[in-house]
Design a protein around this ligand. Structure first.
Ligand code: MG
Length: 241
């Protein structure tokens, strides 16, 4: 009986030339991906909400570890010049981050001085936030650049005062026990749904002056930059990868 079954299976799966003819032969059913549900505003059920527009309880000030000092109004948090960067209380490794940001509608300053902020992964690797709408600066420092490392593929910036999205895949770098980097980190960035960084290799820490460094570290916090411009953020959520 068993022999007959094997024979039937063989005949239905292979033809005389030994080629696979049965579509089912290459189907894989396990494991079954976990099903995601969505909240009313589209947040996936396995995401951690970092900012829902109401409180900055998931964040702290980088200067003293106290409460984040940025203002909350109309479901968004806005940089208050001089209060310092804010960072998540929780640490993260590789992740998918969604956030929305807005440059001030009142245009002030130029180049790096207009609508400057930034998203730092593990407090070290910056995806630049800048008002790059008709505001020329060095290309590896404009909105969506991996600051001073990778120029964005296009300039997808909307005009000041408009909300913009970043969807970012961060793959954390890896270090061995001796502190040597054994795998680079990578960043993929969609700006307003447009791919602007495609699996770009992180060369090391973001440096304003000088070159990237590669000192060993583990998981660390997500940081948003106070660069003295009143940039706003809303709807921030993260998925661990
Ligand atoms: Mg910046």
């Amino acid at each position: 009986m068993k022999y007959l079954l094997y024979c039937t299976l063989f005949i239905t799966t292979f033809n005389v030339a030994g080629q696979i003819t049965e579509p089912k032969a290459s189907e894989v059913w396990e494991p079954e991906p976990r099903a995601i549900k969505y909240s009313d505003n589209g947040i996936p059920s396995d995401a951690i909400v970092l900012f829902d527009g109401k409180t900055l309880d998931s964040w702290e000030s980088t200067s003293d570890g106290g409460p984040a000092q940025w203002t909350i109004d109309n479901n968004c948090a806005t940089v208050v010049k001089g209060t310092g960067n804010i960072q998540t209380k929780e640490t993260f490794g590789s992740c998918q981050l969604h956030l929305e940001w807005r440059s001030p509608s009142v245009i002030e300053g130029e180049g790096q001085g207009r609508g400057n902020s930034g998203v730092f992964f593990q407090k070290r690797y910056e995806v630049q936030v800048l008002d790059s709408y008709q505001n020329r600066t060095y290309s590896n420092g404009q909105a969506g650049s991996i600051y001073k490392q990778h120029i964005p593929l296009v300039n997808a910036t909307k005009s000041p005062g408009e909300w913009q999205t970043y969807d970012i895949i961060f793959e954390a770098p890896e270090f061995n026990e001796d502190g040597i980097k054994i795998r680079s980190g990578y960043l993929t960035v969609l700006h307003n749904g447009v791919l602007i960084q495609n699996h770009a290799e992180i060369k090391g820490t973001t440096e304003y002056i000088g070159f990237p460094k590669n000192l060993a570290h583990g998981e660390d916090k997500i940081m948003l930059q106070d660069h003295s411009n009143p940039v706003s953020y809303r709807n921030i959520w993260i998925r661990k990868l």
